[in-house]
Structures are given as C-alpha cells and as structure tokens.
Design a protein around this ligand. Structure first.
Ligand SMILES: [Zn+2]
Length: 66
C-alpha cells in the first residue's frame, strides 16, 4: 500500500486530499473552496496549486482560478 504524502511537509495525507489537514487549513478559504470543486477545471486548479508549491509560495498566499 502506497502512503500518500503531503507535497509541502511530507506528512501523511488522506486519499482524495491534495495536502495534509494542517497545510490544507493554512490555505486561503477561497482557494480551499475552489480546490474542493470537482468540475472540469479541477485538474487545472490542481496544476496551479502544484506550480505555486514548487515556486515556494506561502500557503496562505496561494490562489487558484475559478
Ligand atoms: Zn502538509
């Protein structure tokens, strides 16, 4: 069984979650709301999240598109 790791802090994250609970809680509310949507833009938002993480954007400053 593969253990899912949070890309920011490498702590365990649950299946279906992009980040661990602690990091998720540090995202801006609007960003959390958008990342929770499961529509045809969901993958594009996830890519934006990962690009922001790679650029070491502080979690509260990360924004994703609608
Ligand atoms: Zn984390």
């Amino acid at each position: 069984m593969t253990k899912l790791k949070c890309p920011t802090c490498t702590r365990h994250r649950g299946p279906g979650h992009y980040l661990c609970q602690s990091c998720w809680g540090r995202l801006a509310p609007a960003t959390r709301r958008r990342l929770s949507l499961r529509d045809d833009r969901a993958f594009a938002r996830l890519r934006e999240l990962h690009a922001a993480l790679e650029a070491r954007t502080p979690l509260p400053d990360i924004e994703v598109s609608r």
